[in-house]
Design a protein around this ligand. Structure first.
Ligand code: SFD
Ligand code: AMP
Length: 623
């Protein structure tokens, strides 16, 4: 592979990632920073990149304040309870109080939202509204691209590292990456950087392997970069032990929310019994969360998993009865419900509709199997791993406030969406909203800087060499074996990915370990992770596509290591159904109702893990 050329891009605010949070950040930053240069860089094509690129069927975070449905405080209570008590209330409140404005703006931009006969949005559940959302991403991307201007949007450029100030390693100075379709290294110099590069998919061995590999629930664009680039730069992380294990339709990962809330379908065991209702008393042990309504997500999983472990699976989602109940004997209504059922998947998870078609499953005739998927590390759905950020100045207590809102512990580095930890249940609308808040704060920060950070030529030269190394490794050693995939001198990213996924699955409480681990298992996993990360220095790439895979893998591995270290540190089982510590099987409110935070020191390579208080800001009213 030829030497890459280098393009230097100078800007004030750099947004990394063009998904929900990135689009929100870029839109707001261009509004407030009219005299500034705002640049957005996306590893893919923004029209279809990120988790919403494949479409959505609902907006899962909407208060409905104009109709008096909910107050932001109500959402804080719901989120806190769903997280079994551990969430940053200031961050949740900040999103909740602004999210309706985002949804109304999207509607003006052309997003079709369902209306009922009273002229109100159709609600899926208390916080969710239904949309015809197959095209949600291009609809949102269009005005954002217009606000930015084509000269400020870099697509198909993968960011691999952050740059730091030559005089202050704790101040961000930009980011570096490479064009996946051109032989070019990009050096973005910026006063403020907003990291909005999505969550982590395919960190664990997925349920679908072989011919099904690549069909996952969460977005295949989201390969851990939002955490990987920040950890490597020394940013403080929070709740990296947390993960989201979604209950999903088997094999194609169709989401269950519309079925449980809009269509009100029951889940039953093989005998047709409603195991959920029967097992509810078991959750008392997790009070006050165990008796909350709705039952927190991990506890719903826990009931499903324990029923299967008791030998009473498979668990079936009773679609025929749900459709029959809603139709109440009216054939026209029944047809309407069936159409809505198919649209749910055609809007959001087309492969689930294909699976139904290919397996002759008509939802009005046959129930579908539901399983727990492999874990995902993310901060926007029912997961709360991510960066530790400063809270909003009017709500955050001093413990959670050290500067501009959404700024991480690195000066000038902001985060949003999946990137922000302890701030879950944002979904599409909340991630965009959090991006907007970060965008506005990053503009204020950039304007307050009397001088731009200094990027050292040495740092850039070192990183350029490091980024391109897998291509050189391949060129140097490719003749040593007859099969390019197998070579004593290097490791291909595909093999590395399988090794990482196996390790996480077996040692860090994946599917094959029944989501269970303990200290000796984690310690062995950490040892193996050390060897894997050492070997990643020998990654080889035949082309830029594989180079992308190499850097995605490096980010994933760093996320995996952070996850194992955090799992080790928290000595309790707080989220049964997401993971179990067999050596500490109980929830321990007295000692562990705290955030677990960490910082990797890029100089020494050492990790520091510690706790931060989990403060009640808004009084619980019911949970
Ligand atoms: O049913 C780099 N989500 C749902 N949200 C809803 O509101 N309603 C739903 O119905 C939802 N469901 C759902 C959802 C997602 C998926 C995949 C399915 C179903 C099948 C969740 C939301 O989509 C999610 O919360 C937000 O999109 C999160 O926003 P954000 O911005 O944090 O992540 P992103 O949108 O994936 O964007 C990431 C961007 O980063 C880019 N990127 N760019 C440069 N360099 C790198 N190194 C990069 N790495 C990544 C990506 O290209 C992308 O642009 S349901 O299941 O609940
Ligand atoms: P999902 O389709 O599982 O991603 O869920 C979509 C939305 O519905 C999220 O806000 C979930 O927390 C919520 N949800 C899913 N299942 C249930 C349930 N059984 N009870 C209450 N809320 C649910």
């Amino acid at each position: 592979m030829a030497e890459p050329t280098t393009e230097i891009v100078e800007c004030d605010v750099l947004v990394v990632g063009g998904g929900m949070a990135g689009c929100g950040a870029a839109f707001e930053a261009t509004y407030w920073g009219k005299d500034l240069r705002v640049v957005m860089v996306d590893k893919a094509a923004t029209d279809r990149s990120g988790a919403t690129g494949e479409g959505l069927s609902a907006i899962n975070c909407y208060m409905g304040m104009k109709w008096g449905w909910n107050k932001p405080e109500d959402y804080v209570e719901y989120v806190r309870t769903d997280m079994m008590g551990i969430a940053r209330e200031d961050l949740t409140y900040d999103v909740a109080r602004h999210v309706d404005g985002t949804v109304h703006m999207w509607e003006e931009w052309g997003l079709p939202i369902w209306y009922d006969d009273d002229g109100k949005y159709v609600r899926e559940g208390r916080w969710q509204v239904m949309i015809h959302g197959e095209s949600i991403k291009p609809i949102i991307a269009e005005p954002v691209k217009k606000a930015l201007g084509p000269e400020n949007l870099y697509q198909r450029v993968f960011i691999s590292h952050l740059l730091t100030d030559a005089d202050d390693p704790n101040r961000v100075a930009g980011a570096i990456g490479f064009g996946v379709r051109e032989n070019k290294i990009y050096v973005f110099k910026a006063k403020a950087v907003i990291s909005a590069a999505g969550g982590t998919t395919a960190l664990f061995r997925p349920r679908n392997t072989g011919e099904g590999l690549g069909r996952t629930w969460y977005s295949i664009f989201d390969t851990g970069s939002v955490y990987g680039i920040a950890i490597a730069a020394g940013a403080e992380m929070t709740q990296m032990e947390h993960r989201f294990v979604p209950a999903r339709f088997k094999d194609s990962y169709g989401p269950v929310g519309a079925w449980s809330q809009l269509f009100r379908a029951d889940l039953t065991n093989a005998a047709g019994d409603n195991y959920f209702i029967n097992r509810l008393p078991e959750l008392k042990k997790y009070d006050p969360y165990g008796s909350a309504f709705p039952t927190p997500t991990p506890l719903r999983n826990h009931l499903l998993l324990t029923e299967i472990q008791a030998g009473r699976g498979p668990i079936m989602l009773r679609t025929p009865e749900a459709i029959e109940n809603l139709a109440a004997g009216d054939p026209v209504k029944k047809r309407e419900v069936i159409v809505e059922a198919w649209e749910d998947f055609l809007d959001m998870t087309i492969s689930q509709a294909l699976l139904w078609a290919s397996q002759n499953i008509a939802p009005e005739e046959r129930p579908s199997e539901v399983v727990l998927a492999e874990p995902y590390l993310m901060g926007s759905h029912s997961g709360e791993s991510g960066l530790w950020v400063s809270g909003p100045e009017d709500v955050a207590p001093d413990e959670y406030k050290w500067g501009y809102s959404k700024m991480t512990t690195i000066k000038g580095l902001f985060a949003a969406g999946d990137g922000v930890g302890a701030s879950p249940h944002k979904f599409s609308s909340g991630s965009f909203t959090e991006g907007r808040l970060a965008g506005k704060a990053a503009v204020a920060y950039a304007m307050d800087q009397s001088s731009a950070p200094r990027v050292s030529d040495g740092q850039v030269a070192d990183l350029k060499r490091e980024i391109w190394a897998p291509l050189e490794t391949f060129d140097t050693h490719k003749g040593a074996s007859t099969n390019e995939d197998v070579n004593p001198n290097y490791l291909m990213p595909r093999q590395g990915l399988f090794r990482l996924q196996k390790l996480m699955d077996e040692y860090a409480a994946g599917v094959s370990a029944a989501f269970t681990t303990n200290e000796p298992t984690l310690l062995r996993g950490l040892e193996l992770m050390g060897m894997l990360r050492e070997d990643l220095g020998k990654l080889a790439a035949r082309n830029r596509h594989e180079l992308l895979r190499c850097w995605e893998l490096s980010h994933r591995a760093l996320v995996g290591e952070a996850h194992i270290r955090h799992l080790l540190y928290r000595k309790e089982t707080r989220w049964p159904g997401f993971y179990y510590r067999s050596d500490y099987p109980d929830m321990d409110e007295a000692n562990w109702k705290v955030f677990v935070n960490s910082r990797y020191d890029p100089e020494s390579g050492k990790w520091d893990i510690f706790t931060k208080p989990c403060l009640d800001i808004f009084k619980p009213t019911s949970a």
